[in-house]
Design a protein around this ligand. Structure first.
Ligand SMILES: [Zn+2]
Length: 296
């Protein structure tokens, strides 16, 4: 090899290293702060099966999750999390919600079933080892007209009166109906419209209802195929930085398997935001809703 060829090769190698470094630098840094998982289930299939308390709390700890909205079918899983010294040891604050389901059959009738109201009253009176319940849900309204069911209406009024947040899996029409029952209720909109309601409609609802917050698991269109935040959502978060939270939605055991990668995914798209907005959505908004201090 001639001297000129050797020099040319060294220059090419150096350029290659430089270009690789630039490519790495161009990749946004994932959000590295604390996470508040505002949509977590610890259902009987997990708790009594392959995911005991030590296992799920280990997953949360490794994912940097420092607080959770806990709810479960039936409510025993939530109470076990709330009572566990392992939660404290893992540095996870448990914010307990009352699930409206004793079993799967309740999904389709809770909104008109007075025995669900009685269960909610009993749970509210009993509370948990981590303190009083802070919310109701997650509940589902697959048909938005069921938001006007007598029990749905009364539970919304109860939530407003008792300052309980509500985690609602519903379409935009049902969200409007729920607010009609209780205009000041604090509704966390599970998935912010799992059917993919247009961003413009989400924006209009946030503007119309100051106590509405959006939880972002399973939200269609939030990210692209590479897991990067979509421009329309980035713009919405810039407009409403204090109105969104993240969640895992561990509704089936497979979601527990994926728990740490779900949180890694969230950290990746949160990294596409400015650091302050990322921290609000990743931690601060949910923490403020429930009065939690910053984790040490
Ligand atoms: Zn869920």
């Amino acid at each position: 090899m001639s001297a000129a060829a050797r020099i040319a090769r060294r220059v090419a190698t150096a350029l290659g290293v430089l270009l690789a470094a630039c490519a790495v630098a161009a990749e946004p840094v994932p959000y590295a702060g604390p996470l508040f998982d505002a949509h977590l289930h610890y259902n009987v299939e997990a708790a009594s099966g392959p995911y005991p308390l030590a296992d799920v709390l280990g997953r949360m700890q490794r994912a940097g999750v420092r607080a959770i909205v806990a709810n479960s079918r039936p409510n025993d899983g939530t109470k076990a999390l709330a009572a566990s010294p392992l939660a404290r040891a893992a540095g996870v604050t448990v914010v307990p919600f009352i699930r409206l389901y004793r079993d799967r059959a309740d999904y389709d009738s809770w909104f008109r079933d007075p025995s669900i109201e009685a269960m909610v009253d009993a749970e509210l009176s009993a509370g948990t080892a981590a303190g009083p319940y802070r919310g109701l849900g997650e509940f589902h309204l697959y048909d938005s007209a069921n938001a006007d069911g007598p029990v749905a209406r009364r539970l919304m009024q109860l939530a407003e009166r008792r300052h309980l947040a509500v985690l609602a899996h519903a379409d935009d029409d049902a969200i409007v109906r729920l607010f009609a029952h209780a205009p000041g209720a604090r509704i966390i909109w599970a998935h912010t419209g799992i059917g993919g309601v247009p961003v413009a409609r989400v924006r209009a609802l946030l503007a119309a209802h100051p106590t509405l917050m959006g939880e972002l698991s399973y939200r269609p269109g939030l990210t692209d195929a590479q897991g990067r935040l979509a421009p329309a959502w980035k713009a919405l978060f810039a407009e409403f930085p204090d109105r969104f939270v993240i969640g895992s939605d561990t509704w089936i055991n497979a979601r527990w398997d994926a728990y740490e990668s779900l949180m890694t995914d969230a950290r990746r798209w949160l990294g596409d935001l400015d650091p302050e907005t990322a921290r609000r959505i990743g931690w601060g908004n949910a923490a403020a809703l429930f009065g939690l201090p910053d984790p040490r």
